[in-house]
Write a protein that binds this ligand. Structure first.
Ligand SMILES: Cc1cc2nc3c(=O)[nH]c(=O)nc-3n(C[C@H](O)[C@H](O)[C@H](O)COP(=O)(O)OP(=O)(O)OC[C@H]3O[C@@H](n4cnc5c(N)ncnc54)[C@H](O)[C@@H]3O)c2cc1C
Length: 319
């Protein structure tokens, strides 16, 4: 698809790219009446037909896991706390409209620390991403901005014209290493993430329970009627896990007095994750501030885009 120099382009349609576009659209909404350089067209290039989005494969629990109680918070845990607040605001704003947006607010309990209970959000990934696309499309329509979603892979920006670009390839940035990312000090590696899931029609409230010591969690969503347990990924796990490898995980949660569906009924979901150091910036800007790069947030990929997306919108569309 031919682009023009007034277009905003977004590469990557996972939660990273979509949240950055959502906050950008909100920003344009505020400046609409007095902007000197109004945006006329947005093109989202999404390669998920070729390379599945981690956001879809995700168990998608967003929780602080105690970060809010840290008396000496690191910049990373402070970011988690700020992101959580933004996610809460997003939830309140859209919940008021009383339509289901693919997020549930639940309690997270920690079995190793019986006193710890906190709020968590459970996402239904396909439903949430579709909701976001619909929300963005309707905001852009109100602003009379054309919006196109193109199922294409972009490896270079050389022949693409654009006013601003949001690049959010997630873990795939490490495979493609596009030429326009030269300025990014991109490090990290691709690891797998896996969870077990099982459908069940039983009537019980949604919950998340985690084992701080085992570093994994289990959840049940009454909206999706899905049990999920994971994420099991470590250096020893093969990149293509099989169900039997995960039997220990099932045994662990069965031993905690949950009456779970039989192991035979569970299925495995696997996706790629971008493992990066917590100390690295998650968002990079090109020197001319025309391109923002957001390349995966590893474990908190369903939480950090609520902060990072806003940061991208503020930096890219300052004037
Ligand atoms: C099994 C599993 C469980 C997880 N559990 C949790 C959890 O419980 N809580 C949590 O917070 N996080 C969790 N994560 C991590 C979280 O899901 C990710 O960090 C997050 O979804 C990453 O989003 P993203 O938008 O950066 O990348 P993605 O969702 O991968 O999106 C990137 C998109 O870019 C597209 N793309 C890539 N290259 C190109 C190109 N050259 N041109 C065009 N398009 C391109 C891809 O096709 C893809 O659609 C989990 C991940 C996995 C795999």
């Amino acid at each position: 698809m031919k682009t023009t120099e007034n277009d905003v382009i977004v590469i990557g349609g996972g939660i990273g790219g979509l949240m950055a576009l959502y906050y950008s659209a909100k920003k344009w909404e505020m400046k609409f009446s007095h902007s000197k350089n109004p945006i006329k067209r947005v093109v989202l290039f999404d390669g998920s037909d070729f390379f599945p989005s981690s956001s879809i494969a995700s168990s998608a629990v967003a929780a602080l896991r105690g970060a809010q109680n840290n008396p000496n918070p690191s910049p990373y845990s402070q970011d988690l706390v700020n992101s959580f607040q933004k996610l809460n605001e997003f939830f309140q704003e859209h919940q008021e409209n009383s339509f289901f947006i693919g997020i549930e607010k639940v309690k997270l309990t920690d079995i190793d620390r019986p006193m710890m209970e906190e709020v968590a959000f459970l996402f239904n990934p396909p439903q949430f991403l579709n909701f976001l696309k619909t929300l963005i499309a309707s905001k852009l329509k109100q602003l009379e901005i054309e919006f196109f979603i193109r199922p294409e892979l972009i490896s270079s920006l050389e022949n693409i014209k654009y006013y601003r670009c949001i690049s959010a390839l997630g873990a795939y940035s490490l495979i493609f290493k596009p030429d326009y990312m030269k300025q990014c000090d991109l490090e990290g590696k691709i690891v797998q993430g896996t969870y077990l899931y099982c459908e069940s029609q039983e009537k019980r409230p949604s919950f998340v329970v985690q084992s701080h010591l085992q570093k994994n969690s289990m959840s049940y969503s009454s909206l999706t009627k899905l049990w999920k347990m994971g994420v099991a990924s470590n250096e020893r796990t093969s990149l293509i896990p099989n169900k039997e490898d995960l039997f220990g995980l099932y045994q662990f949660w069965s031993a905690q007095n949950f009456s779970l569906p039989p192991f035979e009924e569970w299925k495995v979901k696997t996706g790629v994750r971008h493992k990066i150091s917590r100390k690295l910036p998650r968002v990079f800007f090109s020197e001319d501030h025309k391109i923002a790069h957001f390349h995966g947030a590893y474990k908190n990929g369903y939480l950090l885009p609520f902060l990072d997306g806003q940061k991208i919108a503020n930096e890219l569309f300052r004037d």
